[in-house]
Design a protein around this ligand. Structure first.
Ligand SMILES: NC(=O)C1=CN([C@@H]2O[C@H](COP(=O)(O)OP(=O)(O)OC[C@H]3O[C@@H](n4cnc5c(N)ncnc54)[C@H](O)[C@@H]3O)[C@@H](O)[C@H]2O)[C@H](O)CC1
Ligand SMILES: [K+]
Length: 509
């Protein structure tokens, strides 16, 4: 789905209200109705549950006060508390308080010293977090922190209004502390903070609801950031008269003594995701290992030094072999040495093939970013945070989305910044946030599998903009199926490879 910024949300709100004449309280009640429905659903469809609603002074709080009224009218028992100063209440929040009182409810002042309220809250079916939404602009403090702690420690599931309070909507940064929501009901479009950073861990199940902002206002905006979910990924049915030459001539350079599995896993992943012809360039000492493990992929022995890694003499036969290829992957298991780094940099400088650079292929660029910057052809880097830090001198930090986008623009490359909610960024500043994957994939070899999938899709003719987000999604989806089948502790990257056929079939239209 397209991801909106807080500035875009405010502009759409303003235009809808001021230019299209849609009453702001109408938008608020539509939002609140969706929240009340989500609360009831979270309680198994109850119409007579017990809810505690923590409301801030702004319009996020206004949504909460209105939701309290709807729950009351449904037959729920509600305790609705204002966390903040009454004099700071927005006009719409006040209006919702008036309507709540008309329905027999009451907006109480939150006090953290009321044992009766705390006891009552412990018996609630659901809590509602309506403290702050897209208006949050500083760290939480005072009663807001206390309210967040209550919601996070009561053992009662929380529905967050618009976004978990404490999460900065445009970056996913947590400002001091944040609610851990079981579910978040957001409006019109998702925000980056629902997916990335520590905020992405606070979101719970995300529901995006239409509250009546005119479609043309939504459509006329441009959205440089997109979340990649199942609705955005598919694979074309293959032409009946296809032959192996149609699906890519892929070259994978990797491996060293002690790291023979990496290029093998990348090659197997490439074959399993549809590459036609895969050649694997490995240092001669591990060529027998690769030849034993690989059937479809063709191992290509290269000159190696005494350290069991590539030596400079590998450059010429490698470049010669690349002559007949369409795309190449450099890095899985290469190891580190001056010779290895020099071979990688030579290849980057000499070939115009699209290149996927992973692991030690990325490390070869440390201190030599000019090799990347001067390369006219497509280069896709797939670092995890540690490799990114070695390359740039700093970890991505809390705002991964901006850091990834800035890097891709500055170096005119595609950057796949791996991690929870992997981010794929392009030179034009656009970016894709992945929505599949799990901690079971945090194992050596998982990145090799991803790089194999990516180079395979590129070799089959998918553009970088198609291939990179798709490869990340497929990789994560296969990982999720493995987690379902065998649990996050026991699954391995080899299991992910074995699960790839199921994902590829699932996506083929
Ligand atoms: N179309 C829509 O998406 C609609 C969204 N709605 C809801 O409105 C909020 C945004 O409301 P707003 O009043 O602009 O901001 P908040 O309620 O998020 O924040 C209130 C207020 O709090 C101040 N503030 C910011 N940070 C802090 C802090 N750390 N401590 C104390 N106070 C803070 C700041 O001044 C904010 O203005 C949106 O999220 C939706 O829930 C509409 O209801 C319907 C249309
Ligand atoms: K909230």
């Amino acid at each position: 789905m397209n991801i909106a910024t807080t500035a875009q949300m405010r502009e759409m709100d303003r235009t809808a209200i001021e230019e299209r004449g849609i009453p702001s309280v109408q938008l608020m009640e539509a939002a609140a109705c969706a929240v009340a429905r989500a609360v009831s659903e979270l309680a198994g469809g109850k119409t007579d549950g017990r809810a505690v609603l923590f409301c801030g002074p702004g319009n996020n709080g206004g949504d909460g006060v209105a939701a309290a009224r709807f729950l009351l009218e449904m037959g729920w028992e509600v305790r609705c508390v204002l966390v903040g100063k009454r004099e700071k209440m927005s006009a719409d929040c006040r209006e919702m308080e008036r309507r709540l009182e008309q329905s027999g409810g009451k907006l109480e002042d939150f006090t953290d010293s009321d044992p009766q309220f705390a006891a009552w809250s412990l018996e609630a079916d659901v809590m509602v977090d309506a403290l702050f939404g897209i208006g949050l602009n500083t760290d939480l403090r005072g009663d807001a922190v206390t309210a967040v702690q209550m919601m996070n420690t009561c053992g009662v599931p929380v529905v967050s209004v618009d976004i978990a309070s404490g999460v900065e909507a445009d970056t996913g940064r947590v400002l001091g502390t944040a609610v851990n929501a079981a579910k978040t009901v957001t409006f019109t479009l998702p925000k980056a903070g629902h997916f990335v950073g520590k905020g992405g861990l606070c979101c719970g199940a995300l529901e995006v609801v239409d509250i009546g902002i005119p479609d043309d206002l939504v459509r006329r905006e441009s959205y440089p950031v997109t979340s990649v979910d199942r609705s955005r990924v598919s694979l074309p049915v293959r032409p009946r008269d296809a032959h192996k030459g149609d699906f890519g001539r892929v070259y994978i350079l990797g491996g060293s003594v002690g790291l023979s599995g990496a290029p093998v896993m990348a090659a197997q992943a490439a074959v399993r995701t549809g590459a036609g012809l895969v050649t694997v360039g490995v240092p001669a000492p591990i060529w027998p290992v690769a030849a034993t493990k690989l059937d479809e992929a063709m191992p290509h022995p290269l000159p190696a030094g005494k350290d069991g890694k590539l030596e400079l003499a590998a450059t010429e036969p490698l470049l010669e072999k690349l002559g007949g290829k369409w795309v190449c992957l450099l890095g899985p298991g290469l190891g580190r040495s001056n010779a290895v780094d020099a071979v990688v940099r030579h290849v980057l400088a000499e070939t115009t093939l699209p290149v996927v650079l992973d692991a030690d292929g990325i490390n070869a660029l440390v201190g030599h970013m000019d090799v990347l910057d001067n390369r006219g052809a497509c280069t896709i880097l797939t670092p995890h945070d540690g490799e990114f830090a070695r390359l740039t001198g700093a970890l991505p930090g809390e705002d991964r989305l901006s850091v990834a986008r800035d890097f891709a623009v500055a170096h005119s490359c595609c950057l796949v910044l791996k991690g929870h909610r992997t981010i794929t960024a392009f030179p034009d500043g656009t970016a894709y946030i992945n929505t599949t994957g799990n901690p079971g994939m945090a194992k050596g070899g998982s990145g090799d599998v991803l790089s194999g999938i990516l180079v395979s899709l590129l070799g089959q003719g998918f553009t970088p903009r198609e291939a990179a987000p798709l490869a990340v999604w497929i990789h994560g989806r296969a990982g999720d199926l493995c987690a379902e089948a065998m649990g996050e502790y026991s699954m391995t990257p080899t299991d992910i490879i074995r699960m790839l056929p199921r994902v590829m079939r699932e996506l083929t239209k």
